[in-house]
Design a protein around this ligand. Structure first.
Ligand SMILES: [Fe+2]
Ligand SMILES: [Fe+2]
Length: 343
């Protein structure tokens, strides 16, 4: 579809601007003290927490922030500036893997399954199954709460942007994630029960001040992909890789919780994902990702990009968490990487 015909002075002016290239980096005056560049955007707590809060304006928002801020042009410009640094860092991180998969032989779904199997990282789920202490397991659950309490919401942004056949598959998948018509089975709600039964705070965002940059970055990547129509392929690739790396680890997480005596109610969230995600991975990688690439081959690179980011950030998270535990430290807490957070 092309832009509609202008019907007066306002539409003429707005449409004329839309037909030009967007203004781009550096055209919006940033607040004083704004850095020229970020050393490592993925590990920058300041960048990540700002971006997380600005994205949250599009989800549930904050009790102490006026809803109008969601679409404030100045604040969107700030968000866009942070996103440019963040997305560039994500692309740099993913690039070698993306190059190895894009344009390869065979079905894209098979290539993505191969990618998820071959992607190397520490065995966090095996550690939680066999070795983790109760405190470590609680820490893991709290760190993961930032995503699981809004599980599947970032992927729902993609629905209106897909063509009907692919849209129906995403909605089929999301129907499961949102409980299949049973409010108590919404995965977000199941995870809240897990937190509660583990003696943790099940409130949305309860641990936001205590999670490190990698957890914020993991969540921000999903919001970045979900909120930008141009990144729809990345959103679906991320979903595919997420579903394809969930089923087996969930067997282990559930076993770890039972080993520590957490009980069936606490483990149920993970039990539920063992079978569900074995179905979801087929739906996401074959029914959505491969179909999307077949429909529009220009999407393939971004589908792979999204998948690689899911895997790469998960590996970073596992490395940081196991690394912390290895030196009797932790990731959850008001201070990370020795950087004191101002009171
Ligand atoms: Fe789920
Ligand atoms: Fe799933």
């Amino acid at each position: 579809m092309l832009l509609p015909r202008a019907r007066g002075a306002i539409s003429a002016e707005v449409f004329a601007r839309l037909l030009q290239a967007p203004p781009g980096v550096g055209t919006v005056p940033m607040p004083p003290g704004w850095p020229d560049h970020f050393e490592d955007p993925l590990e920058d707590e300041d960048l990540q927490v700002t971006l997380w809060a600005l994205y949250e304006l599009h989800y549930k928002g904050f009790e102490d922030v006026e809803d109008e801020w969601e679409w404030d042009a100045g604040m969107l410009a700030v968000r866009r500036e942070l996103e440019r640094s963040f997305e560039a860092a994500l692309r740099t991180l993913a690039e070698p893997h993306v190059r190895a998969v894009v344009g390869g032989k065979g079905d894209l779904a098979d290539r993505l399954f191969d990618l998820t199997e071959a992607f190397e990282g520490p065995e966090l789920s095996a550690y939680l199954q066999r070795t983790a202490t109760r405190e470590q397991t609680e820490e893991f659950l709290a760190l993961r709460s930032i995503y699981h309490l809004k599980e599947s919401d970032p992927q729902s942004w993609a629905i209106p942007r897909l063509q009907p056949a692919i849209k129906s598959r995403l909605v089929e998948l999301q129907f499961d994630e949102y409980g299949g018509g049973r409010p108590e089975r919404v995965h977000q709600a199941l995870y809240a029960t897990t937190l509660e039964r583990a003696g943790l705070d099940p409130a949305y965002g309860a641990y936001i001040d205590d999670v490190p940059a990698i957890v914020l970055a993991t969540n921000n990547a999903m919001s970045l992909f979900g909120l930008h129509r141009r990144l729809n392929g990345a959103a679906m690739g991320h979903l595919g890789a997420f579903e394809a790396t969930s089923s087996l680890p969930c067997v282990r997480y559930a076993a770890g919780l039972r080993r520590l005596g957490f009980g069936d109610d606490a483990a149920f969230y993970f039990d539920e994902h063992v079978e569900a995600d074995a179905v979801h991975e087929q739906l996401a990688l074959r029914g959505i990702c491969a179909a999307l690439a077949l429909d529009d081959p220009s999407q393939e690179a971004d589908i792979v990009f999204g998948a690689v980011i899911c895997l790469a950030l998960d590996v970073r998270f596992a490395e940081q968490l196991l690394g912390a535990w290895d030196s009797d430290a932790n990731l959850l807490g008001p201070e990370h990487d020795g950087v004191p957070v101002p009171a």
